[in-house]
Design a protein around this ligand. Structure first.
Ligand SMILES: Nc1ncnc2c1ncn2[C@@H]1O[C@H](COP(=O)(O)OP(=O)(O)O)[C@@H](O)[C@H]1O
Ligand SMILES: [Mg+2]
Length: 302
């Protein structure tokens, strides 16, 4: 039987704080398949990092379960499956990438005989081989992010968890990142990354989940998340129409949901309107995200 790379079932986490309890996760359900590049989207405070920390065993859930390839999250066996890039990663800037990776390979328990090869391999995947002996203090933000990915890769894990992978990166660095993730996918590594940059998630991942207020609001491929939400914009000429339709304003411009548009076009033509222009407005992940997170209705997971 094959397991999901990661899985949350009714995960709850309540932090006890001086201001009272904070319910960070309120019954989160999620399944990520092995081999997927999966985008984990939510506004600040949605619960992304909290759920990731539960997966890593850095904090304990209040109730519910979290599993990594079928193993209980937090167990040594589960932790060994994960390479992790934290949300805020601070490296010893005086070190070179090559030195830093050696330290991490040792910490991750990579056998001594394999360490050099693993480090070289990780640097190569993230495209830093040629700069591996420069100090990290000399690296750009994008390069530092890549060092972070290399660090997470050094133990050769089947699951990579990257928290806030893309924050603060310029479009070129984002593009590089996308190529790196695709290379990892070829190696059958499951990549789970959190982000609040919709356009990147849209470009990079196989599936995505939107979480809000500690629960799952939507999950699916980008087309599943955006389909049937397209809008059709129409520009009608109603000059001389005898029985005008109330739906068509005097300006003649109208925007309708895709599912309602074809019937409406028939009707308007029947009434003698002439269609000047018709354009399909593709719904972006950003639109869906805004609808689901601005207090909008929760939608059931697919
Ligand atoms: N250690 C903590 N103590 C108290 N509250 C916390 C702690 N960690 C996170 N929270 C709260 O839990 C909620 C979810 O936070 P987080 O998981 O960091 O969100 P995200 O990563 O999606 O931005 C927020 O309201 C945050 O303030
Ligand atoms: Mg976070």
């Amino acid at each position: 039987m094959s397991h999901h790379a990661l899985e949350f079932q009714q995960l709850r986490k309540t932090f006890r704080t001086l201001r009272g309890p904070v319910e960070a996760l309120r019954g989160l359900d999620l399944q990520v398949r092995a081999g997927e590049i999966f985008g984990y989207i939510g506004v600040n405070g949605a619960g992304k990092s909290t759920s990731i920390k539960v997966l890593l065993g850095l904090i304990r859930a209040t109730s519910g379960t979290a599993r990594v390839f079928g193993l209980a999250a937090g167990s040594l066996a589960a932790r060994k499956k994960i390479g992790y890039l934290p949300e805020v990663a601070n490296y010893h800037e005086f070190m070179s990438a090559a030195e830093l990776l050696r330290v991490h390979a040792r910490l991750a328990g990579v056998p001594r005989a394999l360490q050099a090869e693993r480090c070289q391999d990780a640097l190569e995947v993230v495209g830093l081989s040629h700069r591996q002996h420069s100090r990290i203090s000399e690296y750009s933000k994008g390069m530092k992010q890549r060092v972070g990915i290399a660090q997470a890769l050094v133990s050769d894990p089947p699951l990579l968890i990257l928290d806030e992978l893309t924050s603060g990166l310029d479009p070129f660095a984002q593009r590089d990142l996308r190529d790196i993730l695709l290379r990892l996918k070829e190696r059958k590594i499951t990549v789970f990354f959190s982000s609040h940059h919709m356009s990147e998630v849209e470009a990079i991942c196989d599936r995505a989940a939107i979480i809000h207020d500690g629960t799952l609001r939507a999950c699916g491929t980008i087309s599943e998340l955006t389909e049937n939400r397209e809008r059709v914009e129409m520009d009608w000429d109603g000059e001389g129409v005898e029985r005008p339709l109330a739906e068509i304003p005097s300006s003649g411009l109208l925007s309708l949901e895709h599912s309602q548009s074809s019937e409406f076009v028939q009707k308007a033509l029947g009434h003698g309107y002439r269609l000047r222009r018709l354009a399909i407005q593709r719904t972006t992940l950003e639109d869906v995200f805004h609808n689901l997170t601005r207090g909008g209705a929760a939608c059931s997971p697919s």
